[in-house]
Design a protein around this ligand. Structure first.
Ligand code: CA
Length: 224
C-alpha cells in the first residue's frame, strides 16, 4: 500500500510516517500544498492521501478540489487543526472521504486508514481472499487453508498488490511504484527476486503467480 502525507507540522508528519511504515505501508511525505498537488498529478499509484488542511503554498481544500476536478477517486483523509464543524463540512464538500480533528490517536488513524483503503479496493471486511489464500490487512498475516504463511514485509507488500489486482496483469514498473517510496532504489531485478521467493511460499495449492513475459505478473487460481 502506498500513502502520501501532506502535513507541514514536521513532528506530526514524522509520527505518522513511523506509524504507517510500521503497519507495512510505503509512505511519502510533502510539507506544502503545491508539492502535494504536483505529486498527485505525476503519481497515480497512491492508495490514500492524508491531507492537512492548513498547508502553506496551497490550502488543503484546494488540493482536494483540484484532485477531484481531475476525476481522481483517490481516498482522502483530511486532518483539521480544530474541531470546527465548518472546516469538516467544507472538507467533505470538497471531496474528502473522512476527517480527523487534531489531536488524534495514531491507533484510530491507522484504523481509519484501513477502512478507507479497503473502500478504495472495493472490498468489505479486513481481508482479501483468493481461493484458499487469505490476506488479513489489519493483522498483516497471510494464510493458505487457514495455515499461516511466513512472509517478509516486502513479500507481504507484494502479495497485497497482486491480490488487489488478482486475475489482472500487474507490470514490474507498477510493482516498483506501489512498493517503493521516493528515493528508495529497488530494481526490476530485485522485484524478480521477491516474486521468486513469494512463489516458493504460496504456490502450494491452486495459487499461481503467472509470468506474462516482458509485461509483468498475474495472480491466478488454477481451477480444480
Ligand atoms: Ca498545518
Amino acid at each position: 500500500m502506498r500513502i502520501l502525507i501532506a502535513e507541514d507540522d514536521q513532528v506530526l508528519a514524522d509520527a505518522l510516517l513511523r506509524s504507517l511504515r510500521n503497519s507495512g505501508a510505503a509512505v511519502d511525505h510533502v510539507a506544502d500544498g503545491a508539492q502535494a498537488d504536483a505529486a498527485l498529478m505525476i503519481n497515480h499509484e497512491f492508495d490514500l492521501l492524508i491531507l492537512d488542511l492548513g498547508l502553506p503554498r496551497m490550502h488543503g481544500l484546494e488540493v482536494v478540489r483540484r484532485l477531484r476536478a481531475r476525476g481522481s477517486l483517490l481516498p482522502v483523509l483530511v486532518l483539521t487543526a480544530s474541531d470546527s464543524v465548518d472546516e469538516r463540512v467544507k472538507g467533505l464538500d470538497h471531496g474528502a472521504d473522512d476527517y480527523m480533528a487534531k489531536p488524534f490517536s495514531l491507533h484510530e488513524l491507522e484504523a481509519r486508514v484501513r477502512a478507507l483503503t479497503r473502500r478504495g479496493m472495493g472490498g468489505g471486511g479486513n481481508s482479501i481472499r483468493h481461493g484458499p489464500l487469505v490476506y488479513d490487512q489489519a493483522g498483516r498475516v497471510a494464510t493458505i487453508d487457514g495455515r499461516m504463511v511466513e512472509l517478509s514485509a516486502r513479500e507481504l507488500g507484494l502479495l497485497e498488490v497482486l491480490l488487489q489486482r488478482a486475475g489482472r496483469l500487474v507490470s514490474k514498473d507498477q510493482l516498483v511504484e506501489r512498493l517503493c517510496e521516493w528515493g528508495e532504489e529497488v530494481s526490476l531485478n530485485a522485484i524478480e527476486v521477491y516474486i521468486h521467493r513469494l512463489r516458493k511460499k504460496i504456490e502450494k495449492g491452486p495459487i499461481r503467480i503467472a509470468t506474462v513475459r516482458g509485461l509483468g505478473y498475474c495472480l491466478e487460481k488454477i481451477p480444480g
